[in-house]
Design a protein around this ligand. Structure first.
Ligand SMILES: NC(=O)c1ccc[n+]([C@@H]2O[C@H](COP(=O)([O-])OP(=O)(O)OC[C@H]3O[C@@H](n4cnc5c(N)ncnc54)[C@H](OP(=O)(O)O)[C@@H]3O)[C@@H](O)[C@H]2O)c1
Length: 288
């Protein structure tokens, strides 16, 4: 496995873009719609195939696509780690994350990358004009998304990153794979009861409609709450809790979804997409 970055294909050679999307349940996902908006903004037709598969079916169905060079792949919950194992080559950040959400399928070779972290940081910095520099971060969850985000978060030079998770097992893997002084871990019972600058929800609790066992004492008037899940017309359950607890702002994961697709389309086919009209499209939907 070696580092690889760009696709050799050129923009002018693309009239249609073929994407296969894998997950366990895809009904909640807007990813296909976001890719469609991105492709249409370049006059490109999107041919999307969705695969809702059981864990034992994933490998065969994904490897089957090797004979269809140019059909690139997106992967969502809970298969990002399994998909990582099926790649022939990985970018450095995917290797470090131990999970992939995008695979470039080129002449029967799978090149894996992870665009979640870069998508998240682009949304925070460029779209919302926020900075993590010297800030105290509390991150909830230790699954695939957190693993994809972590190196990008470290690169933003925060003061500290406290990672809280329900199960100890995932926390131990994080400690082993990311041995950095600014990172510490805890469970929900041990979260210090004082305000953080940022609280990032990287759990899948919101998509299950579950409350996290959090005390409002961790939110102060300057706390920003960032959510990986998203809803178009209303706030997620975590965002509702954040606002009710006095957070300064609460941003959902739609901007991250758009930005990670922009990063992915560059990785797949060197496409250069402007996210602004797509974000505006969703802003209009919100206000309708
Ligand atoms: N906006 C975007 O572009 C984007 C991109 C990717 C993913 N996401 C979202 O990010 C979230 C996480 O995805 P993932 O790939 O990291 O999933 P994952 O690998 O399955 O990990 C799920 C994480 O959530 C925790 N969790 C689940 N239910 C919980 C509950 N009821 N209470 C407390 N913790 C709970 C798990 O804790 P345990 O270890 O204790 O089980 C684990 O840490 C999902 O909501 C997904 O939709 C958004």
């Amino acid at each position: 496995m070696v580092y690889t970055q760009k696709s050799p294909s050129t923009v002018s050679s693309i009239q249609e873009f073929k994407l296969a999307y894998f997950g366990r349940v895809l009904s909640h996902s807007r990813l296909g719609e976001v890719y469609k908006l991105c492709c249409h903004s370049q006059g490109i037709d999107l041919k999307l195939r969705q695969f809702e598969v059981e864990p034992k079916e994933l490998k065969a169905k994904m490897l089957n696509l090797k004979s269809q060079s140019g059909t690139h792949i997106c992967i969502t919950v809970p298969y990002k780690v399994q998909a990582f194992e099926l790649c022939d080559f990985l970018t450095e950040r995917a290797r470090q994350a131990g999970s992939v959400n995008i695979i470039r399928n080129q002449q029967g070779v799978f090149y894996g990358d992870n665009s979640d972290g870069e998508g998240f940081i682009r949304d925070v910095k460029s779209n919302n004009r926020l900075s993590f520099r010297n800030k105290k971060l509390l991150v909830l969850g230790a699954g695939g998304v957190l693993r994809g985000m972590l190196m990008e978060l470290i690169d933003q030079c925060p003061k500290s990153i406290l990672i809280c998770n329900r199960s100890q097992e995932r926390l131990q893997k994080i400690k082993r794979d990311f041995p950095f002084d600014l990172i510490s871990t805890c469970t929900y019972k041990n979260i210090p009861q004082e305000p953080f600058d940022f609280i990032i929800n990287a759990t899948s609790a919101s998509i299950q409609g579950h409350h996290l066992p959090l005390n409002p004492a961790i939110i102060g008037p300057e706390t920003h709450c960032l959510e990986s899940a998203y809803k178009i017309a209303e706030h997620t359950i975590f965002q509702k809790w954040a606002f009710a607890s006095g957070a300064k702002s609460s941003i959902n994961g739609l901007g991250m979804l758009v930005e990670q697709a922009v990063v992915a389309l560059d990785f797949f086919s060197n496409l250069s997409i402007n996210s602004s009209p797509i974000l505006k499209h969703y802003e209009r939907q919100k206000s309708n």
